[in-house]
Design a binder for this molecule. Structure first.
Ligand code: IFM
Length: 467
């Protein structure tokens, strides 16, 4: 389509445009209406574990303000909204019957989304494990996978009449390795073997949930992984081997079981000094590789690595199975307040790599976005956030996604992280990822300039480009 001297970079008809959030990061109301603590409620209260000791107790108060937030989604013109269910709100002890008030909250949320013409996209697990299940062993214990499948089955019975899109897990790498190996995330354990077992049990829970929801009639089922291109900083054998190991331990350790039904042999060998594979039982991999309808890709950056001594303070050390790898910052490369390098080509590379090595299969970018130090300013009597950097970041990544489609990737949708500025886990409230600014003292929401621009993208199903 052309308009004078400009044309539009169009996405395929029916392309899903959305934003994403997670329960603990936005809901607040952590002790209301029968919700019990999750591992994040506990962890965030441990001195020194989160920035300024911040917790998700109030967060964006979305539990009470969801109508206002859905109005913002409508303003953004999105076709979809991806949010997660708080397991400790719905099934507070992680087992047994559901909490009616918890189910009711999500039921009302789903209804209001649908009334606004927005398709709800549910993530079943975004890291808020009920504390009672952690006390019973957490993800290193096999039973947690069974509990998760039970939770998934029960809540699908309640919402499945209106929700067709289901993601089992969000970023199991973070839940397993940041949670159980380096203690940077809840529950804050530092036991490498436990982290490896956790990864397997998270995948098993995914597979069991896929089987159960499929049997219950769910139509669009998948999992979301945080994927990265991993490059060696030089072409030496040592650096290339470092890249192979990090790729194995971050990407292939999840991709291969889900999409090929096996663990990569090199990854098993890399982990041999940490744990054996006794926790992997006969039949598990068949469950884990139960067919999915899509893969969700969360993309933020690329890793460049070299063989070395392990970089303290990167949040990646000790890196299970690759403790002797350094993560390298490329001099002069643009970074954001998270310290992550901005690398849109890495999104194209990730999408084409998955398609080449595991596909073709339907893909969604289930998260991509950026944190900046945004401020609200008054411009001609109007409150604005002039976040040109975020607009540029998103535009560059949308273009990379479009190129991937042109190169044959079956990309079906794109969810910006995040709808709202929110609780960035151990980093507290200082990392603003939202298209909507939140003043955490007053809970006032202000649509950022990037959000205004995103509304144009969703309505045009594409970008305007100079003709
Ligand atoms: O905020 C997180 C989200 O919970 C998972 N993916 C990455 C985001 C930004 O760090």
């Amino acid at each position: 389509m052309t308009h004078g001297s400009t044309s539009e970079l169009r996405f395929p008809d029916g392309f899903a445009w959305g934003t994403a959030t997670a329960a603990y990061q936005i809901e607040g109301a952590t002790s209301e209406d029968g919700r019990l603590p999750s591992v994040w409620d506990t962890f965030s209260r441990v001195p020194g574990k989160t920035a300024n000791g911040e917790t998700g107790d109030v967060a964006c108060d979305h539990y009470h303000r969801y109508p206002e937030d859905i109005a913002l989604l409508a303003r953004l013109g999105v076709s979809h909204y991806r949010f997660s269910l708080a397991w400790p709100r719905i099934q507070p002890e992680g087992r047994g019957g559901l909490n009616p008030a918890g189910v009711d909250f999500y039921s009302r949320l789903v209804d209001l989304l649908l009334e606004n013409g927005i398709q709800p996209w549910v993530t079943l697990y975004h890291w808020d494990l009920p504390q009672t299940l952690e006390d019973a062993g957490g993800w290193p214990a096999r039973d947690t996978a069974e509990r998760f499948a039970d939770f998934a089955t029960r809540i699908h019975q309640r919402l499945g009449d209106r929700v067709t899109d289901w993601t089992t897990l969000n970023e199991p790498w973070c839940a397993a390795f940041l949670g159980y190996a380096n203690g940077y995330h809840a529950p804050g354990r530092t036991d490498k073997a436990a982290a490896v077992r956790s990864a397997h049990h998270l995948l098993l829970g995914h597979g069991l949930a896929v089987q159960a929801l499929r049997a219950g009639g769910a139509r669009n089922l998948g999992i979301t992984l945080n994927l990265y291109p991993v490059d060696p900083v030089t072409d030496t054998d040592a650096d290339r081997d470092a890249a192979r190991r990090v790729d194995g331990l971050m990407n292939r350790i999840f991709l291969d079981p889900v999409l090929r039904g096996s663990y990569p042999a090199d990854v098993i060998a890399d982990l041999a000094s940490i744990t054996d594979t006794e926790h992997v039982r006969d039949g598990d991999l068949a469950v884990i590789s139960a067919p999915v309808d899509f893969l969700g890709v969360n993309y933020y950056s690329r890793h460049v690595v070299r063989a070395g001594g392990g970089t303290p303070g990167t949040g990646l050390s000790p890196f299970v199975g690759a403790e002797d790898v350094d993560f390298v910052r490329r001099p002069g490369w643009p970074t954001t307040v998270t310290g992550w390098e901005t690398d849109p080509d890495g999104l194209h590379e990730t999408l084409t790599r998955v398609t080449r090595d595991y596909g073709p299969l339907p893909l969604y970018v289930t998260e991509n976005g950026v944190a900046y130090d945004d401020q609200v300013v008054e411009v001609e009597g109007e409150s604005r956030v002039l976040d040109e950097g975020r607009r540029t970041y998103l535009e560059d990544h949308f273009r990379a996604a479009h190129r991937a489609i042109a190169d044959g990737v079956d990309l079906r949708g794109y969810f910006v992280w995040s709808l709202l500025d929110n609780y960035e886990w151990s980093e507290g409230y200082g990392r603003r990822f939202g298209l909507v600014h939140v003043d955490f003292a007053t809970q006032r929401r202000t649509l950022k300039d990037s959000g205004r621009w995103f509304a144009e993208v969703t309505r045009a199903n594409g970008l305007e480009v100079a003709g």
